[in-house]
Design a protein around this ligand. Structure first.
Ligand code: ZN
Length: 405
């Protein structure tokens, strides 16, 4: 197997001790910074990492490909663990209505909201949706993000949701191995107007479709929107139990509008992550801290809608594994740049530098079930993000500026 050597990064943030601590209760030095660092790796794993002057002689003698990366910074691969990037239509007008004082109801009554995107998505062909999603992935990749979770959920019918899951599957095959796509089934995103209630929609569309896609083995995760007027506790349980039958890991949109005990439900079903958590109270935070479930915070949504934010500091202090994702979607967070979101939200959340980087690398990988990446240590997968700057400080200090290699 071909061995490559990256020589002389100005800085490598290994996150090795963060990895050792399962991404919890981090100290400032858990960034694991190495100056003038080098990495030896093959396609499958990292073989060695350390200061360039300490590279084992053996690797240098054998004439492996050496790549000069001086003046650059390397971090574990950045993972956007929550996006809704397969959609049609445009909702910029709703944003303007909101700026001009329209309420959520007024926007919904004028044809806005998720159902607007459902209309726009259903108006596009499979190929049109694939092409636009591919373009969005390309843009996200340009920021240095290498793994992207993509949810279905704007079709809201058996046929269109089936098509969306297959579009994500096609996308995954097109962009690999440069970009890893995580295919998340989220037909339980909203109840379509054609169904009388969530129970009927689950019974007639979501669960049978999960069985079909489960049989085809193209899904990585299953997700559901657990809120009043969306999907109930019982809907979540029926979906999670069905996913378990197919050996598919689960995720949940939880406690965004109200504390519906979604975080506790997630922990009970060993969910990979519980996402949003704006309203989660102490009992939910304690449950998360005592579990492997990652708390995925989506600050872009609160910022864009002018809503409050999750209590990140309480979660971090309690020992919860915290991740940050973009929630890139056409309605509540039309921002595809996770690094920009991390730059803005870390000071708002009162996160340290190591907590911020861990939230978009190691813990984000864990949130999509990838336990063999997220730190630059021997034995893990060689998935890195590289930046054209000589200091990790500058990557997020220059907020909104793209320094990716
Ligand atoms: Zn979402």
């Amino acid at each position: 197997m071909t061995i490559k050597i990256f020589r002389n990064f100005s800085e490598i943030a290994t996150l090795s001790s963060a990895h050792h601590k399962n991404g919890r209760r981090l100290n400032h030095d858990d960034l694991g910074l190495i100056k003038n660092g080098s990495i030896v790796f093959n396609q499958e794993k990292i073989l060695w990492v350390g200061e360039d002057r300490n590279i084992p002689e053996d690797y240098l003698r054998k004439g492996h490909a050496e790549i000069d990366v001086s003046g650059k910074v390397c971090v574990p691969e950045i993972v956007d663990s929550h996006t809704h990037l397969v959609f049609g239509g445009d909702r910029s007008h709703e944003y303007t209505m909101r700026l001009n004082g329209a309420s959520y109801e007024e926007i919904a009554n004028s044809g806005g909201g998720i159902l607007n995107t459902t209309k726009g998505t259903n108006a596009l062909t499979r190929n049109e949706l694939l092409k636009s999603a591919q373009q969005r992935v390309k843009t996200i990749r340009s920021y240095g993000v290498g793994t992207i979770e993509v949810k279905s959920g704007y079709g809201l019918s058996f046929e269109k949701e089936y098509e969306l899951s297959h579009i994500i599957h096609d996308l995954k095959n097109i962009v690999r191995p440069d970009v890893q796509i995580i295919n998340t089934f989220m037909a339980a995103h909203a109840v379509p107007i054609t169904s009388p209630n969530s129970y009927q929609y689950m019974k007639e569309v979501v669960l049978p479709l999960l069985d079909k896609l489960g049989e085809e083995q193209i899904l990585d995760c299953v997700d559901i929107f657990h809120e009043q007027n969306y999907f109930s506790h019982d809907d979540v349980v029926s979906l999670f139990e069905r996913a378990q039958r197919w050996n598919i890991r689960v995720k949940i949109h939880a406690d965004e509008f109200n504390d519906n005990k979604g975080a506790i439900l997630a922990v009970k079903h060993s969910a990979l992550s519980a996402d949003h958590l704006l309203q989660t109270k102490e009992d939910g935070i304690i449950a998360l801290a005592n579990s492997e479930t990652v708390a995925t915070l989506l600050p872009g949504t609160g910022l864009f809608l002018g809503k409050p934010q999750a209590n990140a500091r309480a979660m971090l202090d309690a020992g919860v594994r915290v991740s940050i994702a973009s929630d890139f979607n056409p309605g509540s967070s039309h921002c595809d740049n996770l690094i920009l979101i991390a730059s803005i939200s870390a000071p708002m959340y009162k996160m340290s530098q190591s907590e911020m980087w861990c939230a978009i690398t190691l813990n984000a990988a864990h949130a999509v079930g990838l336990k063999n990446q997220g730190a630059i240590v021997e034995g893990l997968k060689p998935r890195f993000s590289i930046f054209k700057t000589d200091s990790i400080d500058r990557i997020t200090y220059n907020w909104g500026k793209n320094l990716a290699n």
